[in-house]
Design a protein around this ligand. Structure first.
Ligand code: 2RA
Length: 328
């Protein structure tokens, strides 16, 4: 059995990782919870045992951990992940710090597996994960030529502070996290703006899709929007395929895609919404239809819980894959 550490254990993603570890009966020899100095000393019960959250320091990285699940922001990860790696641990990191590093695997278990050439594995951006899982199936069977994303991202993507901006806005409070009120509003601005007018969130969706689908030349574009929803992101995916197909065939292929649940029956108003996906681990896909404005082009609507499959669950699934390799 393994020694597991969670860094960022008091955050929304960290707490969800602990819930998933508990629900999936993942066994360990020891579980150590780390946070910033501000949250150190808090108590969290996991599997009936009370754990006191410790401040992460350089000395503690050498405590012979096997696996470290890190959800503590890019700067913390850039500093501490190599120290854990040097001490022999495998780090599964939820920040964007390592994702585009060529030596680092960017993993969605339904799509690709960690090669472990480095012992740091990057967990992709939430809205990327729920997009590449259905796209991978289409890519394998029909080939994918171009992808255009428009996202509708919930406030939990910004952690507790995003939720506080929405709930505070409902009480008439000014926003503390977002540049504009999110209550009764939508904001076409997630993460910082780049010189080319795109945001970093949009750049993440473009570059991470190319890396995960192993097609650096794939044409991808994105517009990312924050919406006043608590949990689950939605992504409108417009995809141009290499080979001709039709909607029936496309649905059939997606019905067999791992982790994908097709919810698509317009005659009965069946399509996924964030309320359908919140708290669940699947990727729900609907509104599958042909886009007649371009050859071989289709619309998909993908909805998934950004804290579950979009972050904590994907990280734990990477851990489960590594644990199963150890057993073989
Ligand atoms: C967001 N993509 O929704 C981010 C979270 N990783 O803000």
């Amino acid at each position: 059995m393994s020694n597991i550490a969670i860094v960022g254990a008091t955050g929304l993603v960290g707490k969800t990782m602990l819930d998933i570890i508990e629900q999936n009966d993942i066994s360990y020899s020891s579980l150590t919870l780390f946070s910033s100095a501000r949250s150190a000393g808090k108590e969290i019960i996991v599997n009936g045992k009370t754990h006191v959250v410790e401040e992460l320091t350089e000395e503690k990285t050498s405590e012979s951990f096997d696996y470290v699940l890190m959800s503590a922001g890019g700067d913390t990860s850039l500093h501490f992940s190599p120290l854990f790696e040097k001490s022999g641990a495998v780090v599964i990191d939820n920040s964007s710090a390592w994702r585009m590093d060529e030596s680092i695997d960017l993993v969605v278990p339904e799509v690709n597996k960690a090669s472990l050439k480095r012992k740091i594995i990057a967990n992709p951006n939430c809205s990327t994960i729920q997009s590449v899982v259905p796209l991978k199936r289409l890519s394998d069977i029909f080939g994918v030529k171009r992808v255009a994303y428009t996202t509708y991202q919930s406030v939990s993507g910004s952690g507790w502070k995003g939720i506080e901006d929405l709930t505070g806005g409902e009480q008439g409070e000014a926003p503390k996290t977002y540049p504009k009120p999110i209550h009764h509003n939508v904001i076409p601005h997630i993460d910082d703006f780049l010189d080319n007018g795109y945001t970093k969130e949009e750049e993440k969706m473009i570059k991470e899709t190319q890396k995960i689908l192993n097609d650096p030349a794939l044409a991808v574009t994105a517009t990312c929007v924050r919406v006043p929803v608590l949990h689950a992101h939605a992504v409108a995916i417009n995809v141009t395929l290499d080979q001709e197909t039709n909607v029936i065939e496309l649905k059939e292929v997606l019905l067999n895609a791992p982790s994908v649940v097709v919810m698509d029956d317009p005659s009965r108003e069946v399509y996924p919404t964030p309320l359908d996906a919140a708290g669940k681990g699947n990727i729900f896909v609907g509104r599958i239809r042909k886009d007649d404005s371009l050859p071989n082009t289709y619309h998909l609507w993908s909805v998934s819980d950004n804290i579950q499959k979009g972050a904590a669950l994907n990280a734990v699934q990477i851990l489960q894959d590594l644990l199963s390799r150890k057993e073989d």
